[in-house]
Design a protein around this ligand. Structure first.
Ligand SMILES: Cc1cn([C@H]2C[C@H](O)[C@@H](COP(=O)(O)OP(=O)(O)O[C@H]3O[C@@H](C)C(=O)[C@@H](O)[C@H]3O)O2)c(=O)[nH]c1=O
Length: 184
């Protein structure tokens, strides 16, 4: 497994090994022991799987507030997406900064996003499947959304994205009191 830091400390790109043969490949998409050895242990309790039919479908930017905050380990099952994390920990030296990484079936990359970050993605191919592990269960009362176009993210879009009604109505980051505090 390759581990690559990003410009935001704690947000990490992981690339598990793929063992190819005449049938295709085999890969360990998550291994608790290897993650712990790398100092990246999380108690994941829920796996999510979404399909977006059209390229240019944008989901986000989302968070769950404490005590139901979620770290996420995101990967692509099929297609291509641009996956984004935004630091919203109040007091963080990187508050409001974002990183984006292209995840695809072909490149096999994963993005590890700790608690305290917004998460969102835009699909760059039709019928893109996104699969991610979460460190807490879904808690709709703690669900939060921030407008996708309020954080200065270059999504690489050349047309308006396909959005859910919830995401289209989300407030700008500047109007949100983040429930996360940077702990150093
Ligand atoms: C997130 C979630 C949704 N749902 C339900 C609620 C709703 O009826 C339906 C669709 O929910 P949403 O519109 O919130 O789905 P979506 O916009 O795909 O939300 C997801 O976006 C990405 C970026 C994330 O990071 C996720 O944590 C999650 O917020 O699924 C669950 O049952 N469990 C869950 O964990």
């Amino acid at each position: 497994m390759q581990i690559q830091e990003t410009a935001l400390p704690g947000v990490v790109i992981l690339t598990p090994a793929r063992f190819g043969d005449a049938r295709g490949f085999f890969s360990e998409s998550w291994n608790a022991r290897r993650m712990a050895e790398a100092g990246l242990a999380h108690d994941f309790v829920q796996d999510n799987h979404s399909l977006s039919q059209a390229a240019g479908t944008l989901r986000g930017l989302h968070y769950q507030a404490p005590p139901h905050a979620q770290a996420k380990l995101v990967r692509c099952g099929r297609g291509v997406l641009f996956d984004v994390a935004v630091d919203i920990r109040r007091g963080s030296p990187t508050y409001g900064q974002w990183v984006g990484v292209e995840l695809s079936f072909d490149n096999g990359r994963q993005l590890l996003i700790p608690e305290g970050f917004l998460h969102g993605f835009v699909t760059r191919a039709p019928m893109t499947e996104v699969i991610y592990k979460c460190s807490d269960h879904y808690a709709p009362e703690s669900d939060g959304a921030v407008a996708w176009d309020s954080c200065g993210i270059d999504w690489g879009l050349n047309a308006p994205p396909v959005l859910s009604d919830k995401d289209a109505a989300a407030p700008a980051l500047a109007d949100v009191q983040s429930p996360f505090v940077w702990e150093g």
